[in-house]
Write a protein of this length. Structure first.
Length: 224
């Protein structure tokens, strides 16, 4: 599926992007800029610094300083809290999110250009989909793209039985949710290390479909 833009669409649904950050001062600036530079015209960016002990907060403030110069960004919120873990940070972001769609994103990754428009367009066309994933490419610590192991060629859809049988986890850095589906599923569970697994299953169990695009939507950083 080619990358699409809904930048010209009047009344494009607001997409909330939630970025939890803990000690990613070296990378968070690049992550946030890759979101701000998306071509979608209705973005809300929520950044949660989860008690970082490095220079993350300053790097976040630097990256967000000129956010009003990006035409697609409607609102930015930066929250600092004591360290409570990624699930608690995501829950805080979800409480603040106003968008019809919600994307979660890792502070050390880079968002592929056109990713928000691509996933938002798909969710608009497929109202039964509550969780939409995609593929990732790996990058090293310097941002160099690493060779891909394989390439998916089509959209894959999963019902609850399939998701449970395959222990399907749609990685948080690859996913865009329908906010109503997330609320139906409940908040993230802080007791789980793989918080995305329970969210995926709950959304599927609530009656929504899980789809995974064949497109690469994210550059995942390999930190050795």
């Amino acid at each position: 599926m080619p990358l699409m833009s809904v930048s010209e669409r009047p009344g494009a649904p607001l997409v909330s992007v939630i970025v939890p950050c803990y000690n990613y001062a070296s990378y968070v600036g690049d992550a946030l800029r890759s979101i701000l530079e998306q071509d979608y015209q209705s973005i809300e960016l929520i950044v949660i610094d989860d008690g970082s002990t490095d220079d993350s907060a300053r790097c976040i403030e630097d990256a967000l300083r000129d956010w009003r110069s990006y035409p697609g960004v409607r609102r930015v919120e930066f929250i600092r809290q004591s360290n409570q873990g990624v699930s608690a940070a995501l829950n805080k972001g979800l409480e603040l999110a106003q968008g019809e769609f919600v994307a979660t994103f890792d502070a050390d990754d880079v968002m592929v250009p056109g990713r928000i428009a691509l996933q938002a367009h798909y969710l608009m066309k497929h109202p039964q989909v509550g969780c939409l994933g995609g593929r990732a490419q790996r990058i090293d610590q310097h941002g160099v793209i690493l060779p891909k192991k394989n390439k998916a060629r089509e959209v894959r859809s999963y019902d609850f039985a399939q998701a449970l049988a395959q222990a399907l986890v749609v990685g948080g850095n690859l996913v865009m949710y329908r906010r109503d589906a997330m609320l139906a599923a409940g908040m993230y569970d802080p007791s789980l290390r793989v918080q995305d697994f329970k969210m995926t299953l709950r959304i599927d169990y609530a009656g929504y479909r899980i789809d995974v695009l064949s497109d690469s939507v994210n550059l995942n950083r390999r930190n050795d």
